[in-house]
Design a protein around this ligand. Structure first.
Ligand code: AMP
Length: 146
């Protein structure tokens, strides 16, 4: 897959949206869904996606949908800070396989950082324990603004 291509509705995030595979969901609204990354680069690594847009990457997404995603990213990032007290937070987003993108449904990463903990490799870590992810999702969700 590269920057150009056709949206594949069998991608893993489309399947999560349809409820076909489990995800540790944090919050959803009419446009977006936030959930825990199953192969986290750090404790509390989460993702935000658009629920309706079939944009594969930033280059394809309509500005209104992107605005909804980024608004949710900010809201969840604030909750991550309150819940987990990281020292820093990476917001990242990859476009095309050559850039490291592995799932071709637009998404934004929220990755908490602590200076004394190494950052896991993007796409190279092990799968997290699902019960632990659900616990983190609950903790983050409980610190969302209203
Ligand atoms: P990217 O490589 O930027 O396309 O990001 C895709 C992200 O999805 C990676 O950080 C993966 O760890 C994550 N991921 C893959 N499968 C799942 C899954 N079933 N549930 C949650 N996150 C996933």
């Amino acid at each position: 897959m590269s920057l150009d291509g056709v949206y594949d509705d069998g991608n893993i995030f489309a399947r999560i949206l349809r409820g076909e595979i489990p995800a540790a969901r944090i919050v959803e609204d009419d446009q977006t869904l936030a959930f825990m990354d199953a192969f986290p680069q750090s404790r509390g690594h989460c993702l935000v996606i658009h629920r309706v847009s079939t944009a594969r990457n930033l280059l394809e997404v309509r500005p209104e949908a992107l605005a909804a995603v980024m608004s949710s990213v900010q809201r969840v990032t604030l909750a991550v800070r309150r819940a987990l007290a990281p020292e820093g937070i990476i917001i990242s987003q990859f476009n095309g396989a050559a850039a490291g993108q592995t799932v071709f449904h637009l998404h934004v990463h929220i990755i908490p950082r602590w200076s004394d903990r190494p950052l896991g490799r993007h796409g190279g870590g092990g799968m997290a324990d699902f019960a632990e992810l659900k616990d983190l999702a609950t903790r983050i969700a409980s610190r969302l603004d209203s």
